[in-house]
Design a protein around this ligand. Structure first.
Ligand code: NAD
Length: 367
C-alpha cells in the first residue's frame, strides 16, 4: 500500500473549512484506491502568530521538512492587518516557505468550465468553450527577491526606493524545463512572456528559453510575447494561449488576471514545485488555492471547497505521481459543478449549497 506523507497547513478564516473538505475527499479516494494517508497538521499564518508568536514557527517547518508535500490553505485576514508588514501572515509565512524549499515553479491552471461562463467578466461569445490554459510562473527570482533592496532619504530630502530585478540563466532554464513538461502534456504550444524590448533580464530570458527549447524540446511550438500585449491578449482571447511561461512579477499580475477571467477564486488551484525531489523521487511541492482566506464568508459553511480539493488533486499528480487518481478527483469536481450542485459564488441565481453539501456531492461523484 503506498503511503502519502504530507503536511497540512490550513491557515486562517476559510482555510480550515476548505481544508477539511479536501481531506474528506482524499480519505475517500485513499479508501477506494488502497492508498494510506499519513498527514500531520501544523499551524501557519495568523493562527500560528496567535499560538506561537510567528507566522511560520520552527515546529511547522519541521513538519514540512518531514513530509513529501505540503497541502496549504490560505493565511491572513483583518485580525492581523495592524501588524508591521514584515510580520503579517502572508509575507511572513508564504514567502519564507517558498524560499526555504526553493519552490521555484508555480503552476496555475486557468480553468473555466463551459457551463460556468457566466462567472467570467468576459463576454460569453469570446469563450464559448470556457477557458483552459496554464500559467507557469517563476517564483523565487526576479524583482521580489533581488538585492539590493532599500529605501534611502537623500541629501536633498527626497526619498529613493530601490528594488533589483535579477535572473540567472540556470534559473530560467529550470523553469523552462517545467513549462516544457506542462506543454508536452497538453497541446505542445508554449508562449514565453517577457519585456525584452526594455529589460536586460528579459533579453536573457528570451534567449535562454529559445535556446533551451530548441535543444531539449524541438517538438514544441514556441512563441514569445511582450507582457503588456499578453495582458491585453488574455482579456481578448485567452484560449490563444495553451501554456504560458513568465518571470515572477509578470506572472504574479498575469495569473491574477487569469483568475479573474476564469470566474470565482473558489475554483482555482495551484502547485508550487521545489528544486529538490521528495523521498519518492518526485518534486516536493506546496499546493494551495489561488484565493485568500475570504474573511467575509468564513465560518458560515459558504466557502467553495473546489479550489482546495483541486489543489489536493495536483498534489497527487506532481508529488505522488498519481495522475489517474488526480484525474478522477478533477472529473468528480467537474461532474458536480456541471450537474448544478454549486456554492453561492458559482450559483448565479440557482439554489446554492454549502461547503459541506458540495463536498458530499463531490464524494458521491467519486463513487
Ligand atoms: P480573497 O481571495 O480572500 O477574497 C476575495 C473574494 O473572493 C471574496 O469576496 C471572497 O469571499 C471570495 N472567495 C475567495 N475564495 C473563495 C472560496 N473558496 N469560495 C467562495 N468565495 C471565495 O482575497 P482578499 O479578500 O483580498 O484577502 C483576504 C485575506 O486573504 C487577506 O488577509 C489576504 O492577505 C489573504 N490572502 C492570502 C493568500 C494566501 O494565503 N495565499 C492569497 C490571497 C490573499
Amino acid at each position: 500500500m503506498s503511503t502519502l506523507k504530507f503536511a497540512v497547513l490550513a491557515g486562517d478564516y476559510i482555510g480550515p473549512e476548505v481544508m477539511s473538505a479536501a481531506l474528506r475527499v482524499l480519505e475517500h479516494v485513499a479508501r477506494q484506491e488502497g492508498l494510506k494517508l499519513d498527514y500531520t497538521a501544523a499551524e501557519v499564518g495568523g493562527a500560528a502568530i496567535d499560538r506561537h508568536g510567528s507566522a511560520l514557527p520552527a515546529s511547522t517547518l519541521q513538519v514540512c521538512e518531514a513530509a513529501d508535500a505540503i497541502l496549504f490553505g490560505s493565511v491572513g485576514g483583518p485580525k492581523w492587518e495592524k501588524l508591521p508588514t514584515k510580520e503579517q501572515p502572508e509575507r511572513a509565512a508564504l514567502l519564507p516557505l517558498r524560499k526555504h524549499f526553493t519552490l521555484f515553479a508555480n503552476i496555475r491552471p486557468g480553468l473555466l468550465y463551459p457551463e460556468l461562463t457566466d462567472a467570467s467578466p468576459l463576454k460569453a461569445e469570446r469563450i464559448p468553450d470556457g477557458i483552459d490554459i496554464v500559467c507557469i510562473r517563476e517564483l523565487t527570482g526576479g524583482i521580489y527577491f533581488g538585492q539590493p533592496k532599500s529605501t534611502t532619504t537623500l541629501a536633498n530630502g527626497d526619498i529613493e526606493a530601490i528594488d533589483t530585478m535579477v535572473y540567472r540563466k540556470s534559473e530560467i532554464e529550470r523553469i523552462t524545463a517545467v513549462a516544457i513538461t506542462a506543454a508536452r502534456g497538453r497541446k505542445k504550444q508554449l508562449c514565453s512572456v517577457d519585456k525584452a524590448n526594455v529589460l536586460e533580464t528579459s533579453v536573457l530570458w528570451r534567449k535562454t528559453v529559445s535556446d533551451y527549447v530548441a535543444a531539449h524540446a524541438p517538438d514544441l511550438k514556441l512563441s514569445h510575447m511582450y507582457v503588456d500585449n499578453a495582458a491585453m491578449q488574455l482579456a481578448r482571447d485567452p484560449n490563444q494561449f495553451d501554456v504560458f511561461l513568465t518571470e515572477n512579477m509578470f506572472g504574479d499580475i498575469l495569473s491574477d488576471e487569469m483568475a479573474v477571467i476564469c470566474g470565482s477564486l473558489g475554483m482555482l488551484s495551484s502547485a508550487s514545485l521545489g528544486a529538490r525531489d521528495n523521498s519518492l523521487g518526485k518534486p516536493f511541492g506546496l499546493y494551495e488555492p489561488a484565493g485568500g482566506t475570504a474573511p467575509d464568508i468564513a465560518g458560515q459553511d459558504l466557502a467553495n471547497p473546489c479550489a482546495q480539493i483541486l489543489s489536493a488533486a495536483l498534489m497527487l499528480r506532481y508529488s505522488f505521481g498519481l495522475d489517474s487518481v488526480a484525474r478522477r478527483i478533477e472529473a468528480a469536481v467537474r461532474q458536480t459543478v456541471t450537474s448544478g450542485t454549486r456554492t453561492g459564488d458559482i450559483a448565479f441565481g440557482r439554489a446554492a449549497v454549502g461547503t459541506t453539501a458540495m463536498t458530499d456531492a463531490i464524494i458521491a461523484a467519486l463513487d
